[in-house]
Structures are given as structure tokens and as C-alpha cells.
Write a protein that binds this ligand. Structure first.
Ligand code: S3P
Length: 447
């Protein structure tokens, strides 16, 4: 059997991933279970911590990001058991009861931890919380949540006009109707979580619909939530009472995305990805790949804790270019790096626009994908708010860097499967943020 060579080397804290596919005669085969959805994992830990009673979580993502969330809420008095996939137990302490922590809360690399947690902290009158993160998170904009929380009555101090470290003094909040200039589930969720303790209806209207996991889970925990898909608005009625629940976390479609693209571009591939969350606010990747002529089918559709779930089969096909823009972008925001890889193997020129948000993710994903995929020989140009990729240029193995961004590390690994020679990905350990088993899984499906 012809197999790809995939070797991981450790240098202190940094890992280098070397990938050398055979010239021909191999493909990706098998069944994969991707780790738990990152967005749902964060929310289950947070809502569990502020609910009354016990929350039991099955399928939690054991990546670095949810670990940051668990760490922060433990520091404020929530009892969260050791994190494991089969069973996590959270003993909630009830809304408004978080303890003032004796040290700075560290959100690590996780924007979701910092932004959602700020909404919760803001509703704790007269308690002071300080929040920081790693170098990437300390460079990401927080004004987008500071402004609405200040409008609701919280006091927030930041570095350099909206950067962490931040200090938050909570208050008795007033409900607002916030018109967010960006479609962001982190902004929406932050405000809805703050609204749990404000007396009356707190509403967020966004320019396009972002992922709705908070709305679904808040409802499951007993909050009164209203959603108007037509106007892209979500509201919560305060003061709310949350009650601990059983949460089953489905597999993360953002992690499945790497295998969807790998299966679509490597000739002869046939992969089944089991138990993937297919919430319609997240399935833009499926729509985009289908538009590109990918062979994707959904099997055994079902529901888990109010979230749609299915198994997804992908088989290799000849891809063609497409245009990704507008309301579709929030539905595939985290999958754009790996879609850029798919575009490099599609016939014609793919245009991605309306995606300037990618510049303020864990790295500037537009700049990083353009330079790193460019190093491998892809015809990729950075646009102010997107990328232009002309497919059909053969890729060659190169030395590339994740820029400590998990989705970049994994997207480059998928590109490497179709490059001639060896691709060496530096700082590949970033994958553990959302997909700790990415490399062993890659080794298995390539073997
Ligand atoms: C997330 C929302 C998205 C996404 C991030 C997770 C969430 O960010 O990119 O990975 O869990 O709410 P924005 O809200 O900034 O769009």
C-alpha cells in the first residue's frame, strides 16, 4: 500500500509537522469522528457554571480553548470536574453568584472565552474582574463588546482603546437594543449573556445571521429567548433563571471541514465523518463545497440537545471555482482558510469577499493564507476583504508557518497532501486549540 509520510517533531514547546505524500496511487479512506464543537463546548461550560444545579456534558472538546473557559470559571467558584470526553460535571452556582477571583482570568488563545465571559462578568455588581490572554488574543479587538456592555452600565478599562488586559467592574445592568455593525456570534452572545441579569428585554440585531448556539442553549437552560430570523435579531428576557441540563456536544463541523476538503481534493478518496453538528448557521462550508461540485452527502440526520446532527460522506470529485460573499460568510467564517485550499485545486478563479473579519481572528488569516499557500506555489492574492485564488497551479512542498493559528496549521496540512515533495509546517502544535488529535487522525486516514 502506498502511504503518505507524516512526521511530528517536538522542539521545546513547538512542533513541526512534515508531510510528504506519495506521487500517486493513494487516497484518504475510512471513518472519522471529529472532536466536540468548540462553540457548543464553551457555552455548555459557561451556562453550566452560572445555572442552578448540575450540568452534565457529554462529548466536550478537550482542546486548549475550552480548557481556558473551565479554568476561568473554576477561579470564580464554579465546580467543574476533570475534563474528559465521556462525562464532565459542572456544579452551577446560580446567576450573579460568581466570586471575585483573586487573580487575573486568563482566556489563553480563546476569543470566545474572553468575549462571552465579559458579558457574564459585567452583570456582577461591584465586583472587579481582570482578564487577559495570550499574545494573539491581546491583539484582538474587544471594543466591539466593551461598547455595548458600557451602554448597559458596566465599567470597563482596556489597554490601547479596546485591547486586553481588561478590567471590568460589574453593575446592575440596563437592557438595550444593540445594532451590531458586524455579524458576530461572540458579540451577540456577550450581550445576551449580560441581558440575563438586566430587567427587561435585551435585543441584538446583526447585519447577517451569525451562529445561534447561545440562543438554542439558553432556551434549553430555561431562559426566555426570542429570535427573528428575518431581521437577524435575538432577544433574552431578564432576570432569567437557568437550570442545569444534560448537554450532548456534537462533532465540530469546523474540524470536519479539513476532512471534507481533503476528501474532495485527493483523487480516489472516500471518507465518512460521523456525528457532525449541522446547525444551518454553520453549514456554509457544505453549501460552498457543493457549489464547487464536491460530492458530499448527509446521512442519518438527527438532533442532539436542540442541535441538528448528521454523518457526512465526502468522495473525491473535480472541483470548480465559485464566489463566496455576503450572508454566506458568517456561516463559514472559520472555514475560509481550508476553502482557500479547496480553491487552489478547483478549475477557475475563486473570489472570497466580505470577509475582512478574518484579519482579526487568531491571526490575520487573509494575509497568512496568501503568504503561506503562496509559498507552496498557489496563485493566491490578498484582497482588502478576501482572497482571489486561481486553481490548477501544481503545489510544491515548502517550509510554512501556522503563525500559532490552529486553523492555519490544519489548512496547510491539507494543502500539503496534494503538494509535490515535503511540506514542513512550523508551530503545528496550534492545532491542539480545537483539534488535539488532528495529526494521529491524519496519519490514520492517509495510511
Ligand atoms: C464563535 C464565533 C465566531 C467564530 C469563532 C467562534 C463563537 O467568531 O469565528 O471561532 O463560538 O461564538 P465571531 O463571533 O467573532 O464571528
Amino acid at each position: 500500500m502506498v502511504v503518505a509520510t507524516i512526521a511530528l517533531q517536538t522542539h521545546d514547546t513547538h512542533h513541526t509537522l512534515a508531510i510528504a505524500p506519495p506521487a500517486a496511487g493513494w487516497s484518504l479512506q475510512g471513518t472519522i469522528r471529529v472532536p466536540g464543537d468548540k462553540s457548543i463546548s464553551h457555552r455548555s461550560l459557561m451556562l453550566g457554571a452560572i445555572a442552578q444545579g448540575k450540568t452534565q456534558i457529554q462529548g466536550l472538546l478537550l482542546g486548549e480553548d475550552p480548557r481556558s473557559t473551565a479554568h476561568c470559571f473554576r477561579a470564580m467558584g464554579a465546580q467543574i470536574s476533570d475534563l474528559n470526553v465521556d462525562h464532565v460535571e459542572v456544579e452551577g452556582i446560580g446567576l450573579g453568584n460568581l466570586r471575585e477571583p483573586s487573580d487575573v482570568l486568563d482566556a489563553g488563545n480563546s476569543g470566545t472565552t474572553m468575549r462571552l465571559m465579559l458579558g457574564i462578568l459585567a452583570s456582577h455588581p461591584d465586583r472587579l474582574f481582570t482578564v487577559t490572554g495570550d499574545a494573539s488574543l491581546r491583539s484582538r479587538p474587544m471594543a466591539r463588546v466593551i461598547q455595548p456592555l458600557e451602554q448597559m452600565g458596566a465599567q470597563i478599562w482596556s489597554r490601547g482603546g479596546g485591547l486586553a488586559p481588561l478590567a471590568v467592574r460589574g453593575a446592575k445592568l440596563t437592557p438595550i437594543h444593540y445594532h451590531s455593525p458586524i455579524a458576530s456570534a461572540q458579540v451577540k452572545s456577550c450581550i445576551l449573556l449580560a441581558g440575563l441579569m438586566a430587567e427587561g428585554m435585551t435585543t441584538v440585531t446583526e447585519p447577517a445571521l451569525s451562529r445561534d448556539h447561545s440562543e438554542r442553549m439558553l432556551r434549553a437552560f430555561g431562559a426566555t429567548v426570542q429570535v427573528d430570523a428575518e431581521t437577524c435579531s435575538a432577544s433574552v428576557m431578564g432576570p432569567a433563571t437557568l437550570t442545569g441540563q444534560q448537554v450532548v456536544v456534537p462533532g465540530d463541523i469546523s474540524s470536519a471541514a479539513f476532512w471534507l476538503v481533503a476528501g474532495a481534493i485527493v483523487p480516489g478518496s472516500d471518507i465518512l465523518i460521523e456525528n457532525v453538528g449541522v446547525n444551518p448557521t454553520r453549514t456554509g462550508i457544505l453549501d460552498a463545497l457543493k457549489q464547487m461540485n464536491a460530492d458530499i452527502t448527509l446521512e442519518h440526520p438527527r438532533t442532539a440537545t436542540g442541535e441538528p446532527v448528521a454523518d457526512i460522506r465526502v468522495r473525491h470529485s473535480r472541483l470548480k471555482a465559485c464566489t463566496l460573499e455576503g450572508d454566506l460568510i458568517p456561516r463559514l467564517i472559520d472555514e475560509i482558510p481550508v476553502l482557500a485550499v479547496a480553491a487552489a485545486f478547483a478549475e477557475g478563479t475563486t473570489i472570497i469577499r466580505d470577509a475582512a473579519e478574518l484579519r482579526v481572528k487568531e491571526s490575520d488569516r487573509l494575509a497568512v493564507m496568501a503568504t503561506q499557500l503562496g509559498k507552496m506555489g498557489a496563485a493566491i492574492t490578498e484582497l482588502p476583504d478576501g482572497l482571489e485564488i486561481t486553481g490548477g497551479h501544481a503545489l510544491t512542498g515548502a517550509e510554512v508557518d501556522s503563525f500559532t493559528d490552529h486553523r492555519i496549521a490544519m489548512s496547510l496540512a491539507i494543502a500539503a497532501l496534494m503538494a509535490q515533495g515535503t511540506t514542513t509546517i512550523h508551530r503545528a502544535e496550534a492545532a491542539a486549540i480545537s483539534y488535539p488529535d488532528f495529526t494521529p487522525t491524519l496519519q490514520r486516514v492517509c495510511g
